[in-house]
Write a protein that binds this ligand. Structure first.
Ligand code: BGC
Length: 559
């Protein structure tokens, strides 16, 4: 039996101090508009979250991360922010935010908010000011305005395309063009502008002063751009190296100067405020820069999210990520689902990609979600096994609302009810867009919106949601919800130093490791049952019969 060890320096001291609460936290992502609707207007709200604090507490998570709840026209689900220091009146008020934060804190749950620094919305007061101001004015310099090409500037400054389809430049009344990496309603900030930098520091302090414990930083790798010289064409841009820190549009080295400034602000607080970067960068070592203690401190790894349910893929990813964490001094993050991707119960119920390029689940969503192509129960079984494995790993576990109910992706949303700009703008971003994982949660098995609110829901919920309701699952000892609850409670009890030792029993379909204190984990990715090693089973994702762990299941036990 070979033993491999991934050891984090000073792991014990790191984990125990109050300022390091995040290192091995279970963080639950709330998409506020789809979580719980307290006033029956069909849109989830902050009071809805406050009302669900007992549920969150019983789930056993350490923190919630709230996707944007700021005033917004919802051109991109709230990632188009009108005002970074306020609450969308449809979602609540600052007073409601304070009430919610107090209730979460009283329940022992930390609060992380989403900061969207690459772009504002086109309704932001500074963008409105820029539109009203003349070319070359200071107001325009807060964004990326440029003259167009062609005899009269009638052509965009470059042929770049935006992330959700269409051109990346939009022309304004006086003929100039502004840059938007995402929709035209999301103009990119110019981070060379000192006022922009100052204003974000003000925003960070605003929320930190209100008691927020941390920040999730949206597209953290895109802020700094080099638009000084002649702009390259889209083709030239595509050919450029994205991992040298010199690409004109992404992951430029200078972006870390911004986060060094932010770090100073985080460290003004006791405990220091936490931050996690969303940075889809090319290599793990580029990602590590965002996770440095002089910068944001932690970065999402989406490696597991992109993988099949496959032992060797999981093993390689886990080993690599633990090693990267060891080098940065941060902790690893594990994510299967979020508001941007097809839910993992669904991904694992589809044909695996097996190395084919592409984003898992997207083809199926694009095909309209044919039920016959989806192994509904198998997907949930594999998702439970994968989640139980992930919850035993050193580092932070990020969970997305509804995964604790075993929810599948909703693929059959009629075109006239869809909201995601990637659907309307024809991008290949995620098949038919990302609405399918943002459908309001089923709290009850019946009622106008399955207990989400007193009336309807802003995205249509399918009939099959009735079988996934939280209230039904609460009462069922064998439910997915109760598996999550038990696992999260046990995780608290068992978690110690950030180390893991692989055990290798020669079966390629099995991953086995031990955490300090004798916390032993076996994940069977194959379909045949396997003998469990000696010991007391603490929890398993599927029933154990005669000492055997069934196929596609994970168990935790003590030797
Ligand atoms: C967010 C998306 C959003 C995009 C633009 C992302 O990475 O997670 O939901 O559409 O940033 O803000």
């Amino acid at each position: 039996m070979s033993i491999i060890s991934s050891q984090t320096p000073d792991a014990d001291t790191w984990s125990t101090s109050a300022s390091n609460w995040w290192r091995q936290a279970a963080v639950y992502q709330i998409y506020p508009r789809s979580f719980a609707d307290s006033n029956g207007d069909g849109i989830g709200d902050l009071n809805g979250i406050t009302g669900k604090v007992p549920y969150l507490k019983s789930l056993g998570i350490d923190a919630v991360w709230l996707s944007p709840f700021y005033p917004s026209a919802l051109a991109d689900g709230g990632y188009d922010v009108d005002d970074y220091r306020d609450v969308d009146p449809r979602i609540g008020s600052l007073a409601d935010f304070d009430k919610m934060t107090a209730a979460l804190h009283a329940g022992g749950i930390k609060v992380i908010v989403d900061i969207v620094p690459n772009h504002s919305s086109n309704r932001h007061v500074w963008f409105q000011e820029a539109l009203a101001a003349p070319k070359g004015s200071p107001a325009r310099q807060r964004y990326h305005f440029r003259d167009g090409k062609g005899g009269k500037g009638e052509l965009p400054p470059s042929d770049w395309t935006a992330a959700f389809g269409g051109p990346a430049w939009t022309q304004v009344d006086d003929g100039q063009w502004y840059l938007h990496t995402f929709t035209p309603e999301q103009p990119d900030w110019n981070w060379d502008n000192p006022e922009v930098r100052e204003d974000f520091l003000k925003t960070l302090r605003f929320w930190a002063d209100r008691g927020v414990d941390g920040f999730r930083v949206d597209v953290a790798n895109l802020l700094v751009k080099d638009l000084r010289s002649e702009l390259p064409s889209r083709q030239e841009l595509d050919a450029m190296d994205r991992s040298s820190g010199t690409h004109p549009l992404m992951d430029r080295d200078e972006v870390h100067e911004i986060y060094a400034e932010w770090r100073k602000v985080f460290n003004e607080y006791d405990p220091p405020r936490f931050a996690v970067a969303e940075a889809w960068v090319e290599t793990a070592s580029r990602r590590a820069k965002y996770a440095s203690p002089e910068g944001l401190g932690q970065a999402f790894s989406f490696d597991l999210l992109m993988a099949d349910f496959n032992a060797s893929q999981f093993r390689a990813i886990i080993t690599d990520n633990l090693e990267q964490a060891r080098l940065t001094g941060s902790t690893t993050t594990w994510v299967f689902s979020n508001h941007d991707v097809t839910r993992h119960a669904t991904r694992y119920g589809l044909e695996p990609l097996n190395g084919r390029p592409g984003k898992p689940g997207v083809d199926w969503v694009k095909a309209g979600g044919p039920r016959q192509a989806l192994d509904v129960e198998g997907g949930i079984r594999r998702a439970k096994a994968a989640t139980l494995l992930m919850l035993a790993l050193p580092g932070s576990a990020y969970l997305y609302q509804g995964e604790e109910l075993g929810l599948h992706e909703v693929a059959d949303i009629p075109a006239d009810r869809r909201q995601d700009p990637s659907f309307f703008r024809g991008a290949e971003y995620d098949g038919l867009g990302r609405d399918g994982c943002r459908v309001p949660l089923p709290w009850e098995p019946s009622g106008p919106s399955f207990g989400f609110g007193a009336n309807g829901a802003h995205l249509p919920q399918p009939d099959w949601f009735a079988g996934y309701a939280a209230s039904t699952q609460e009462a069922d000892n064998a439910s997915t919800l109760n598996l999550y609850r038990k696992a999260l409670a046990l995780r608290h009890e068992l978690q110690g130093a950030e180390t893991l030792e692989w055990k290798d029993d020669g079966n390629e379909q099995v991953l086995e490791f031990v955490r300090p204190g004798g916390w032993h984990v076996v994940a069977n990715f194959g379909t045949a049952a396997i003998e469990l090693p000696e010991g007391k089973v603490l929890i398993s994702s599927a029933g154990i019969e005669s000492g055997k762990l069934p196929g596609e299941a994970t168990a935790w036990f003590r030797a």
